[in-house]
Unconditional design. Structure first.
Length: 387
């Protein structure tokens, strides 16, 4: 069998800090032949110069440039149109491929002709290239097919697909689902072929601390839900009553809560409306309390209280069950603030006031030993001061 050409697609936008090592990691691959198509997506730093230097040194590297910043999907589509390989994969401009990545993925696809696309586990690294963990993605098609309808189970840039399967799935990265384009592609590939992951980590995936804001997180969740909506419609028809819409409803509800935490109230109301349209009882069957607590601001007690009041008064419907949940969570914020001040040794009357505010919302806290202890200590301090 002839050795198939592998096309590696890379989009770069102002990534000059990591771009050189990313390209070098492809140059160090033990597999050959390959081509690397790099698109500078309107960068304003030295990215284009770096790409040009590598392209001048190695004819296997093709450099493309967009004068405007098109976004990752559009830039990848430019690269895709130039791809000549039988196998097609990606490389992010701030990540690193281990030397045997291409060789082992090609070997897997050759040895498993029923599989049309394969990813791999990854080593997570931070901005300083220090390792922070290792992924544990599902490996086999039966697990991947079911899991993928709930969540992404690949590291997007690691997915290597046979050209024929890519073409069957639609030879493009969708441009209107930014941050979810990899998930959308994997859903489309899952409809035309079997999928797999290689257990061995063959890729170093860079995670930048603080890079995902809450507003971006809402955007991600909305586009993830939209990707799944479209997949359900393709598979079962536009009027489907598939139970998978429950997952869509869950994702829209998450996006609504996240948007509330980031101040995107108009988007949050739209997301909640979408969630309720798919699952009218979503607020009673989903663990809403856990979701609210997950995104509650930690910076201060007042920020947490403002978040809860906005959530319950400006977004969620008003009923007795949600009023009870609101009281429970507000009480928890006050009580936990009192506990935190007690642990810091802040011996003043604030703890008592916070306790009583919490108890007003949820009297059950009066049976908590920690609460009783703070109240007793405050009484002793008051008597010692008055004595």
């Amino acid at each position: 069998m002839d050795t198939p050409l592998v096309s590696v697609l890379m989009s770069s936008y102002n990534s000059s800090q990591f771009l050189g090592p990313a390209i070098e990691s492809i140059l160090r691959q033990t597999y050959d032949p390959w081509e690397l198509i790099v698109v500078d997506d309107g960068s304003t730093d030295e990215s284009w110069e770096i790409i040009g230097q590598f392209a001048a040194r190695d004819a296997r590297i093709k450099a493309l440039r967009s004068k405007e910043n098109l976004g990752a999907s559009a830039a990848l589509n430019l690269a895709l149109q130039e791809a000549r390989g039988e196998y097609i994969t990606r490389q992010d401009s701030d990540d690193l491929a281990l030397p045997e990545r291409l060789e082992k993925q090609v070997a897997f696809l050759n040895e498993h002709p029923e599989v049309g696309a394969v990813g791999c586990n990854v080593i997570y690294i931070n901005a300083d290239s220090h390792e922070t963990g290792v992924s544990d993605f599902p490996l086999t098609d039966d697990v991947i097919q079911s899991t993928l309808l709930d969540r992404m189970c690949f590291c997007g840039p690691t997915v290597m697909a046979k050209r024929a399967c890519f073409q069957q799935a639609g030879f493009y990265f969708v441009d209107d689902l930014k941050t979810a384009e990899d998930y959308d592609l994997c859903l489309r590939l899952a409809e035309v072929t079997r999928l797999a992951n290689i257990e061995e980590p063959l890729y170093r995936y860079r995670q930048h601390a603080g890079s995902v804001s809450l507003s971006k997180r809402q955007f991600q969740l909305v586009n993830k839900a939209r990707s799944l909506e479209q997949a359900i419609q393709r598979r079962f028809g536009a009027n489907s009553e598939s139970e998978l819409y429950q997952i869509v409803a869950r994702d829209y509800l998450r996006a609504a809560v996240v948007g509330c935490a980031s101040g995107e109230m108009q988007n949050s109301r739209v997301c909640l409306g979408k969630a309720l349209s798919y699952r009218p009882d979503i607020l009673s069957v989903f663990d809403l309390e856990e979701l609210i607590l997950r995104y509650m601001p930690k910076i201060s007690m007042m920020a947490a209280l403002d978040y809860l009041r906005t959530l319950f008064e400006e977004m969620l419907p008003r009923n007795s069950r949600l009023r009870r949940l609101k009281s429970k969570l507000i009480a928890q914020v006050y009580i936990e603030s009192a506990f935190a001040r007690e642990e810091m040794g802040a011996a003043n009357m604030d703890q008592k006031d916070l306790i009583w505010r919490g108890v007003r919302y949820n009297p059950a806290w009066l049976f908590n030993r920690g609460v009783v202890s703070i109240l007793v200590k405050s009484m002793v301090r008051r008597e010692s001061i008055s004595g």
